[in-house]
Design a protein around this ligand. Structure first.
Ligand SMILES: Cc1cc2nc3c(=O)[nH]c(=O)nc-3n(C[C@H](O)[C@H](O)[C@H](O)COP(=O)(O)O)c2cc1C
Length: 376
């Protein structure tokens, strides 16, 4: 059940993000691979994440001068080398002994923003110290609100510049693939930032109560808790896991700084739409200037391009990070990010859109040439 040692070099036939998945399958113990690659229940949403990208075509413009172009961008007031960030991904020591530290070094090298999970397997302070690139802290609300605030204080002190509050997973989805594979966390991997978490209070349920609704959901955050969190920190707050245009509008009206449109990589509620499907409607509801990021299914520079064309300001990658870590540690993650950036540059050059601002819905169409407005 042990991880195969990471490679010291990138094999010649590892040339795109999907190749990392192929290699990672050989490097990771089967249950760990299944836990990472899997989605919720029947994985309808997981498949949809890819299918939506594939339904969109890029319609190139020719003979344009692209020599002044670039992928630089500003997001929520910070400068980024490119619009591709590392998504918050828990327990990275499952994939590599250095876990999140290796990802942070790669992010630093490639000047990629990194979102660090509450469920990281390394301390949030050590991770922050390992990257010079922008770093954001992903917060899962904890039952104990004092403990939640203590995490925020640690993130502030460690130099995280934004809080990403994940709102689509107040409880774990139904993960049949991981269950079938018998996945459990190995002893050497834990949510180390939660080690001081006060024990959960003991609760008894009557027979007419639901362990899910009256139990697990009783301490789940609500809009009121988001408003409370805004009073506890000066860090701008981003909500991750929004799919409904009304929720996006509500967040915007509360002063939330931005949104990550996401279905959590298809890992929580199955049968939800892909983030890309909902992006145009969300963009319409919040207007052109509101920061929107997107994740779920990004594997190619062309995918990044399509997300930007449909209204995202940037994208994040989840699973590819762990696959690259498993195969070649920090080198792998840096290489994976570089592949994505270079593919994005190639796409921009060939589509005749030299800057990110040039990438609009005029550059894409739906399968069969249908106008893109019919996507949502
Ligand atoms: C193994 C794994 C662990 C994850 N852990 C977290 C987490 O701790 N917090 C969070 O907000 N999202 C988590 N996610 C979701 C990712 O942030 C992201 O939304 C998703 O992976 C994007 O889809 P992709 O994997 O197709 O890129 C996790 C995803 C995976 C695959």
């Amino acid at each position: 059940m042990s991880i195969q040692p990471a490679l010291q070099h990138i094999p010649a036939d590892l040339v795109c993000v999907a190749d990392y998945e192929r290699y990672a399958r050989q490097h990771l113990p089967h249950p760990v691979f299944e836990y990472i690659c899997g989605g919720g229940a029947d994985e309808i949403s997981l498949r949809r994440n890819r299918a939506t990208f594939d339904q969109i075509s890029i319609v190139p413009r020719v003979l344009r001068d692209c020599t002044q172009g670039g992928t630089q961008t500003h997001l929520l007031g910070e400068a980024f080398r490119h619009p591709i960030l590392l998504a918050p991904v828990a327990f990275q020591k499952l994939a590599h002994p250095q876990g999140e530290l290796a990802s942070a070094r790669a992010a630093s090298l490639l000047e990629a923003g990194m979102v660090v999970s509450t469920l990281a397997s390394e301390t949030l302070e050590n991770i922050a110290a390992a990257t010079q690139a922008p770093r954001w802290f992903q917060l899962y609300f904890q039952e104990n609100r004092d403990f939640t605030v203590s995490l925020v204080r640690r993130a502030e002190a460690a130099g995280y510049t934004r809080l990403v509050v994940t709102v689509d997973a107040p409880l774990q989805g139904i993960r049949n693939r991981a269950q079938r594979a018998g996945f459990t966390l190995p002893e050497h991997v834990s949510a180390i930032n939660l080690s001081d978490r006060p024990p959960l209070p003991y609760r008894e349920f009557t027979t007419d109560q639901s362990i899910v609704l009256q139990g697990m959901m009783s301490e789940a955050p609500t809009w009121g808790d988001i408003a409370w969190l805004q009073t506890q920190t000066a860090l701008p707050i981003i909500l991750k896991g929004v799919l409904h245009a009304e929720d996006a509008r509500l967040a915007q009206s509360m002063g939330i700084a931005g949104i990550i449109v996401s279905n959590h990589g298809g890992r929580v509620l199955d049968s939800v739409p892909s983030a890309l499907q909902m992006l145009p409607a969300i963009r319409r509801s919040v207007g052109n200037d509101y920061p929107l990021l997107l994740d779920g299914g990004i594997q190619r520079g062309t995918d990044v391009f399509k997300a930007l064309a449909l209204g995202a300001n940037a994208v994040l990658v989840g699973r590819p990070q762990l696959y690259a870590l498993a195969v070649a540690g920090a080198l792998g993650v840096a290489h994976m990010l570089r592949l994505l950036r270079e593919e994005l540059e190639v796409t921009m050059a060939l589509a005749g859109t030299p800057t990110l601002e040039d990438i609009t819905d005029q550059a894409i169409c739906k399968e069969g040439g249908m106008p893109i407005s019919s996507l949502a």
